[in-house]
Design a protein. Sequence first.
Length: 154
Amino acid sequence: MSTSRPYPRPGEAAVLLTVLGLLVLEEIALGMAEEDDRPVIGGILIGASGTGLLVVGAVLLTRWLDARRPLPLPPVGPNGREYSARALEGFPMEAVRPLLLAQDAPQLGQLYSAWMLARAGRPAPWIARRLAIPLDAAQLLVDAARSPNLDQPR
């Protein structure tokens, strides 16, 4: 299942727009500079452009590594991923039942996987993105996993 999105995340978009804005400002600054100052300003702008390209490369590398990092889930068995009863202790079945009955509902196995990731401390947007489930379902599971009455092993 591919969970990569064709559009950048908000943080990535902010970084890319900042770099593009700096490139435009660099061109304006170079055009407005006096003839004697252009070599110095040009050198500074080349350094700033190189830094911007490094930032964009770091964002793209982080996205590439995130897409290839394996999920910490049990291997697939003959009936899908199998979780022990102890691993599913505290799973909020009554709360997720309406989600399972909705149109375009996530599968129960996906919710079990999301529960395991929530118990491991993953944030809801990350879980929703990696498992392709609705954000509200992931948030419900994360909130239930972080509830104080749930005995989590540390």
